[in-house]
Write a protein that binds this ligand. Structure first.
Ligand code: FAD
Length: 483
């Protein structure tokens, strides 16, 4: 059955724009389009279930977690099926998580939103002036702040200690996506995808070969197994770095049909962590003070090309033995970039399906010697920094995490200046040679990247929105002039 036959069989859901995926980037697309023109009709579909009272809320915003900062909210599946015969375990991303629920990873993320370094990390697809405006816009959407923890005595102590220890390279406040809550000194509203619709999934894009336009998306209601067709003028896939590439593959956008870069140039950061116990004398002075959360970074530089976070968080990188007071512990996390190379990639099985009937991802990922050497230098630097702050918690000694644990995969649907087989989308995040299909998410980031990538992905999404809105306005204009 061809694309038009499928469309004609069912009464379609209609929208100006269909967004697949309710994570942060899907939310950035939805919110920015509607901000630009409230008359544009946006339909968002999502595969996972809703787990929070507010649609797509951050798990840390629940009353339980706000009252007690140390509840672990991590419940992720792995992105890869390691039992699959097609996945070679030594070339995978064993720790890469995936979140299939309303809000996606935006219900769990640590909300760190540093900007990319202008020469080490930032893409030149956009000009510096464009980046400034985009960062501003994205930071407003994310409620960016770097002062929410200024009142914390631990935050101040760590920063002062780092400033005293190295004059040239000191700790600064980590930019965060959050807003201080009036409920109390430790209550913070963490930014998350807030406007999300539906529980429909498993879309297949139906492409009309003659006009090279997407003419519909096939959507299954997972509760009834009923298949709907959604028709829109623009389609935006924001289903996460790996699953977005899977939807494209499932829709015949793949190497064999002229998209050689799909899934290629995959990057994930090297990641080193340790836990340090702060000195006893210092803790005595702040023992009963609730203001004990620090969010510090030592920014990336040419001499030290890695991103650092000193940040107590509810994630599983390290756990603390129940007998130890968590107020004594500092978490150090260092993230190193990996150069994007063609031979690091995710492909999709034509035989195996995941539990939602989508093609199973198979990852081929190995870091080069240069990446490993950089990671070793980062580890040495983390040890030096840790020594300034205290002694290692037993069990929290420095170690590298397994590939994927950084949760910052990029590159699988990368942006490019031209359609030369090394990119999937143009500067507006539009899939080459398809006039009405856009991609959102960290998959579009084509450069090496040590910092947290979501702010950059949001910037690319805002550029995409401008084009989507401009083209919908042009279509409206055309329709009006025909009437
Ligand atoms: C614990 C943790 C901490 C993190 N901390 C940070 C941080 O501090 N800073 C930072 O920049 N980044 C951080 N990240 C990464 C950040 O969360 C992601 O980059 C960002 O949330 C990605 O948003 P997204 O919308 O592109 O994708 P996702 O959040 O992956 O959302 C994709 C959505 O699409 C849905 N979906 C998938 N397939 C389909 C389908 N076929 N049909 C319909 N829906 C579908 C999924 O269910 C999901 O809801 C962290 C991630 C984790 C897990």
């Amino acid at each position: 059955m061809n694309a038009h036959d499928k469309i004609n069989k069912a009464a379609p859901l209609q929208a100006d724009v269909l967004i697949v995926g309710s994570g942060l980037i899907g939310a950035v697309y939805a919110r920015t389009i509607i901000d630009d023109d409230p008359n544009i009709n946006v339909l968002m579909v999502e595969l996972g279930k809703q787990e929070t009272r507010l649609i797509g809320d951050h798990k840390k915003n629940s009353n339980a977690v706000q009252g007690c900062g140390d509840i672990n909210t991590s419940v992720h599946e792995s992105v890869i099926d390691h039992g699959s015969a097609e996945q070679q375990s030594c070339h995978g991303l064993p720790a890469a998580p995936i979140v299939r629920e309303v809000g996606g990873m935006g219900s769990y993320w640590s909300c760190a939103i540093p900007e990319q370094h202008p020469t080490i990390e930032r893409s030149d697809i956009l000009t510096n002036d464009e980046w400034i405006i985009l960062h501003d816009h994205a930071k407003t959407l994310f409620d960016s702040t770097d002062t929410a923890f200024n009142h914390s005595i631990r935050h101040r102590w760590v920063k002062d200690t780092l400033v005293r220890a190295h004059q040239d390279r000191t700790g600064v406040n980590l930019p965060l996506a959050c807003k201080r809550n009036i409920r109390g000194p430790e209550c913070v509203r963490w930014t998350s995808p807030a406007t999300v619709l539906g529980g429909l999934a498993d879309p297949e894009l139906l492409i009309d070969e003659s006009s090279r336009r997407v003419v519909g998306a096939e959507i299954t209601d997972l509760q009834t197994n009923k298949v709907f067709i959604a028709k829109a003028r623009k389609y935006i896939i924001c289903a996460g770095v790996v699953l977005t590439a899977g939807i494209l593959f499932n829709s015949d956008i793949r190497a064999e049909t002229g998209y050689a870069a799909l899934g290629r140039y995959l990057t994930e950061q090297t990641m080193a962590v340790c836990q340090v116990v702060m000195s006893h004398s210092l803790m005595q002075s702040m023992w009963n003070d609730p203001r004990c959360h620090e969010h510090i970074t030592i920014p990336i530089s040419i001499e030290h090309p890695w991103h650092t976070q000193i940040q107590r968080d509810l994630y599983y990188y390290n756990t603390i033995p129940t007998s130890v007071d968590p107020r004594l512990i500092l978490d150090l996390r260092f993230f190193g970039y990996v150069k994007p190379v063609y031979h690091n990639y995710v492909e999709f099985s034509s035989q195996l399906k995941d539990q939602f009937g989508m093609p199973q991802p198979i990852v081929h990922y190995r870091v080069t010697k240069a990446d490993t050497d950089r990671a070793q230098a980062m580890m040495r630097n983390m040890k030096t920094t840790a020594a300034i702050l205290g002694d290692y918690l037993p069990g929290g000694e420095p170690r590298f995490l397994a590939a994927g644990a950084a949760t910052h995969i990029c590159g699988t649907t990368r942006v490019g200046k031209e359609d030369d087989g090394h990119s999937v989308v143009d500067r507006h995040s539009k899939v080459w040679r398809l006039s009405n299909l856009c991609i959102g998410g960290c998959g579009v980031i084509e450069t090496q990247n040590a910092c947290n990538p979501t702010l950059t992905a949001a910037c690319f999404a805002i550029v995409g929105v401008r084009k989507v809105v401009e083209e919908i306005h042009a279509l409206n204009h055309q329709t009006k002039s025909l009437e």
